[in-house]
Design a binder for this molecule. Structure first.
Ligand code: CA
Length: 618
């Protein structure tokens, strides 16, 4: 037989099978992977990703669930399915059938879960809380088996500041009692979602899957368990989210849904990071766009929240995690960088579903005008309004560092605290701001004050008694150090005792210096005292101009008053009560909760050099 004739059917079969393989749809992602009944918003948009999925037609047969729109986009491997859930839709499971020529080519079993009882009215974090910030890779290693995951390229090496150190959710869960005993009622974890990047993935700010916890931290179920276990101990969970960018290894980067899914794709520029332009009344469009649409860094593609599918994806993703984990709050990264109007829409939608929820935005600027612009209730000249309840109080953070590092002068030193707080008229809700001395991006506070223990104690007394929600960065309570110029990883060192082979164990106190133990006990005392002091949570604030480097203020309500005295000078001081007569009216004595000593008379107070008094007035 002729060889050519023999080859022909074989070739034909190969061509046919190749064609068949090319058109056979596969289903790779359905997001959100499940949902709940009983939200106020009846809409749900599914993003479906799979080979040539747009050539199929989805069908659902479930009482109360209606497909209202199916949208194909530029990339045939995506479908967006808009569902409407009727009010009385029952929780349950149903198949989404993806059909082509009348045949089902793929089935996805979708679940509508019942919402947890009372989840809509769960308390968000608020000024009754003290928040503990943890970088999960660097706190405690509760599961040695997940330190390195096959197929994930970033390396485990505790000796390298940018490598993975093995900390995880189990580790945090193992030490909830420590966090509780230290007096914290909320934990904010730096991002826990998958960051499958080649290098420096430990910090978590380059998301590669918005619906999956990084396997080196554990599973989605581990995250939910941590939140559930924390709640049982009276500790609220705050999730760190990033809407501005994803990681360059996100799965959709290999198969972009649409050209405008990202800003500047594929020819991007880097943002100027000049946040001032966003409110500048004289701004040029060129500067505005370069700031808002530039990429954060080249490994973090800038998402285009003006694309309604991107916006919906992110909003639903946040609600999914709130409901799934039972969150009490969100810390939103780089708040001013995404589209302002989408962010306003997001905050309003979340608060519509969860009225007591809290969201704190990161607007890293030391000017209260630029921070307050974003807070709900703010009347802005350009008409911009949002529902964002809280912001990170960077102006106060800057003031705290300067107050306790500068020489005392007319407008330096402790006067910084007074001057900055005096600008609170800028904020619609100053007492909902998160106050802090340091975080994962700043110099460690003990390093900033050149390891001056008295300055540390003064600052922490301020942090725990000023208005707002205090946040302490893990290890601050044991005087952990880290210089910004030594690299960001050095601000995020391992918490001693979190790893089985650690010589020092801050959880048990083993190996800590006397000063570290004293700091830990001091922080524990302040946070636990604050826990039940409603007058410090939401009482009024009245402060007096610092004189001779002594700053005095009162937190008060109808029932009680707390007098705080911060002596930032190198000398002992005597404070005369008559200057504070309007605040001392009705009180004759008190107890200093720092020293535990009774104060028989308020007419004259002796305050030791570089020390704080927190006096419960009687
Ligand atoms: Ca681990």
């Amino acid at each position: 037989m002729n060889k050519r004739i023999l080859m022909f059917p074989v070739l034909m079969m190969m061509v046919v099978s190749t064609l068949f393989a090319a058109v056979k749809p596969t289903l790779d992602h359905v997001e959100p992977p499940f949902w709940w009944t009983g939200f106020k918003n009846p809409e749900l948009q599914l993003m479906v990703h799979g080979t040539d999925i747009s050539k199929t037609k989805p069908e659902i047969n479930y009482t109360g669930v209606e497909i209202v729109a199916v949208t194909s986009v530029e990339n045939p491997n995506y479908l967006f399915i808009d569902l409407r859930l009727a009010d009385n839709t029952q929780p349950g499971k149903f198949d989404i059938l993806f059909k082509s020529n009348g045949k089902t080519v793929f089935t996805y079993n979708y679940e509508l879960k019942a919402r947890e009882q009372g989840s809509a009215n769960r308390d968000g974090f608020n000024n009754s809380d003290a928040m503990y910030l943890i970088m999960p890779d660097r706190f405690a290693n509760g599961d040695l088996s997940n330190d390195q995951i096959a197929g994930m390229p970033d390396k485990y090496n505790r000796n390298e500041q940018y490598d993975r150190h093995g900390g995880d959710l189990k580790g945090i869960n193992n030490h909830l009692d420590y966090i509780h005993d230290q007096g914290y009622t909320a934990i904010w974890l730096n991002p826990v979602l998958e960051n499958d990047m080649e290098h420096a993935s430990y910090h978590g700010y380059a998301t590669t899957d918005f619906y999956r916890v990084d396997r080196r931290f554990g599973s989605n179920e581990d995250y939910k368990k941590l939140s559930d276990d924390a709640r049982k101990k009276g500790i609220k969970m705050v999730m760190d989210m990033i809407f501005n960018h994803c990681g360059s290894n996100h799965w959709w980067m290999k198969d972009m849904p649409m050209k405008d899914w990202l800003n500047g794709w594929p020819n991007y520029g880097i943002t100027t990071h000049r946040k001032t332009v966003l409110q500048d009344p004289y701004v040029s469009k060129a500067d505005f766009d370069e700031m808002a649409d530039g990429w954060f860094v080249s490994s973090m593609p800038d998402m285009n929240q003006r694309n309604p599918f991107v916006a919906k994806y992110l909003i639903q993703n946040s609600i999914w995690w709130i409901e799934y984990v039972g969150l009490a709050g969100i810390r939103m990264d780089t708040y001013p960088y995404p589209d302002q109007h989408m962010m306003a829409d997001w905050t309003c939608q979340v608060l519509n579903e969860y009225p007591k929820f809290n969201i704190v935005g990161e607007q890293w600027h030391t000017n209260p005008s630029l921070v307050s612009y974003w807070q709900r209730g703010k009347k802005n000249e350009n008409g911009y309004t949002s529902c964002l309840p809280s912001l990170m109080d960077f102006p106060i953070q800057d003031a705290i560092v300067k107050a306790f590092t500068e020489n005392e002068g007319w407008d330096t030193g402790i006067m910084r605290l007074y001057e900055t707080l005096a600008l609170d008229f800028e904020y619609p809700e100053a007492d909902n701001l998160v106050v802090f001395a340091d975080n994962h991006d700043t110099e460690r506070f003990f390093t900033a004050v050149r390891e001056d223990f008295s300055k540390f104690k003064l600052a922490m007394a301020y942090l725990m008694t000023t208005r707002g929600i205090p946040q302490v960065y893990y290890g601050g309570e044991i005087l952990m150090t880290g210089r910004k110029s030594d690299g960001d990883g050095m601000l995020r060192k391992d918490f001693p005792g979190g790893w089985p082979d650690d010589n020092t164990n801050a959880f048990t106190g083993e190996g800590l210096t006397d000063q570290q133990k004293e700091a830990q006990a001091y922080m524990k005392k302040l946070a636990n005292w604050r826990k039940n002091k409603t007058v410090v949570h939401n009482g009024e604030m009245k402060h007096y101009l610092p004189k001779e480097s002594v700053y005095v203020y009162f937190r008060y309500n109808d029932k009680e008053s707390v007098m705080v005295v911060l002596n930032n000078s190198k000398e002992n001081k005597t404070i005369k009560g008559n200057r504070f007569a309007e605040s001392l009216k009705g009180f004759t004595s008190g107890t200093d909760i720092v020293s535990g000593k009774s104060i028989a008379s308020l007419a004259s107070l002796e305050v030791a050099a570089g020390s704080a008094m927190i006096i419960e007035l009687k």
